[in-house]
Design a protein around this ligand. Structure first.
Ligand SMILES: Cc1ncc(COP(=O)(O)O)c(C=O)c1O
Length: 440
């Protein structure tokens, strides 16, 4: 037990997405962080191979962000954004507009990725109604998609455990097939060659339900939390064409990919496909203060403004939408991304990470390695009858060696802060390689 913590201290906190009983029997407690490293309660440096939870893109305790937060909390701790305003929220929205692809011009603030997903789905429904297409109430997603844990997000999401315990979910949601295919695409570097045709599965749903019932399709351009699923070449372009053809709002869930994870402000920019709405969170404030956002194009925004029949155009929002301290952290993060050239750093480091991670091919139980931007994944064969156990063991062993990795079942993901240097990649791969040799 770490210093200062009694055994009983651990019992009250019901931990999210955690094997609580296992954790509390053998806890991994983090007490401070700086740059690329956490410090464990035992005083050990833990190299952050996952930017926390895909979110600390500028590295930990960046001085500019820390100072901005300290100043803001002393100056204006809270102000409502329902019928009032404060400068930082407007400033951050303008900064995001300038950073995001042209036409994605209007920013609605939330507090998390889950709220961003649900907000985007609601905006799509309200927009369809505002343009006289009120029969369009269906929301479509993709198998294995992750859009957080709200009822909207899990309805369009496609991860079985996130759905199966929680009732019948939103009526009318449906899913296209996912694109993960190790038979054709194992050991892919960047976008897989095979699988553009899987976009046509969206046509199947249009044929099944009729376009007049479909409001929106939400997809992660590169799916992270579900185990790093890369978009096949041409897939998203085809999705865009099908959505245009049928009047379906296309939402990219960029909670992980926005703010440099793929070397650009957005995956949309990197992949050359522009959706109608982008959701984001995580890197928006470097995770220093929780915040998310939904960025919509002009057409959606202006339609809502022009055709609303009440003084309030969108009956939606959160007490903390555009919270001043979060907004200050966001503005500072935008400065850091730009001034420190972090997107460029991610892009420059991508080939090095790619080369290093693919060097793990051939180690025990490895069945795939894939990468894009500053994201790399190693997929392990599941143990017979015990899926996820091998991945869990790898996560624990890595922590004990001084490396934080993220596992989704038996898929290991690395997504270091964008401040990483080659030597950090070397250390990550070396520790991960040792872990893979030890995990039976
Ligand atoms: C694509 C995507 N959408 C939504 C979410 C949910 O974000 P949050 O945990 O902030 O609610 C995540 C979290 O990892 C995500 O990866």
């Amino acid at each position: 037990m770490p210093d200062g913590m009694q055994q009983n201290d651990l019992s009250a906190f019901w931990m999210p997405f955690t094997a609580n009983r296992r954790f509390k029997a053998d806890p991994r407690i983090l007490v401070s962080a700086k740059g690329m490293y956490y410090k464990s309660a035992e005083g050990k440096d833990i190299l952050d191979g996952t930017a926390g939870l895909w979110c600390v893109n500028c590295g930990h305790a960046n001085p500019k962000i820390v100072e901005a937060v300290q100043q803001q909390v002393a100056q204006l701790d809270f102000a409502p954004t329902f019928q009032f305003g404060h400068p930082k929220a407007f400033e951050l929205a303008s900064r995001m507009r300038d950073m995001f692809p042209a036409d994605l011009d209007h920013v609605f603030f939330t507090n998390s990725g889950s709220e961003s997903a649900d907000t985007a789905l609601k905006i799509a429904l309200a927009y369809q109604r505002a343009r006289g297409q009120g029969t369009r109430t269906r929301l479509l997603g993709r198998e294995r998609g992750y859009h957080g844990t709200g009822f909207g997000g899990i309805s369009v999401g496609g991860i079985v455990k996130n759905r199966m315990y929680f009732g019948s979910l939103l009526a009318g949601s449906d899913h296209v097939r996912h694109t993960h295919d190790l038979e054709h695409n194992a050991y892919t570097k960047g976008e897989p060659e095979y699988g553009a045709h899987l976009a046509d599965d969206l046509e199947r749903l249009v044929t099944l339900h009729d376009a007049s019932t479909i409001a929106a399709f939400i997809v992660e351009p590169m799916a992270g939390s579900t185990g790093v699923l890369l978009p096949p070449k041409g897939y998203l372009k085809r999705i865009r064409e099908i959505c245009d053809k049928h009047g379906i709002v296309l939402i990219f869930d960029e909670v992980i990919t926005a703010f440099g994870r793929l070397g650009y402000a957005t995956a949309a920019e990197r992949l050359g496909v522009i959706p109608d709405i982008i959701t984001c969170a995580k890197g928006l404030t470097n995770a220093t203060i929780p915040m998310g956002a939904v960025v919509t194009n002009k057409k959606i925004h202006d339609t809502m403004m022009d055709s609303a029949d009440a003084a309030i155009e969108l009956f939606h929002g959160y007490t903390y939408s555009g919270h001043p301290v979060a907004a200050a952290a966001g503005v500072a993060a935008m400065d850091v991304y730009k001034e420190d050239g972090l997107f460029e750093n991610a892009l420059a480091l991508e080939p090095y990470l790619e080369n290093a991670i693919h060097g793990l091919k051939g180690l025990p139980n490895v069945i795939d390695i894939r990468n894009m931007g500053l994201v790399a994944a190693v997929e392990l064969a599941p143990r017979s009858g015990a899926p996820g156990e091998r991945g869990y063991d790898a996560m624990v062993k890595a922590f004990n060696k001084g490396l934080m990795i993220r596992v989704t079942a038996d898929i290991i993901a690395l997504s270091p802060p964008l401040i990483a240097e080659k030597s950090h990649i070397d250390d990550m791969i070396s520790m991960l390689g040792d872990v893979l040799k030890e995990v039976a």
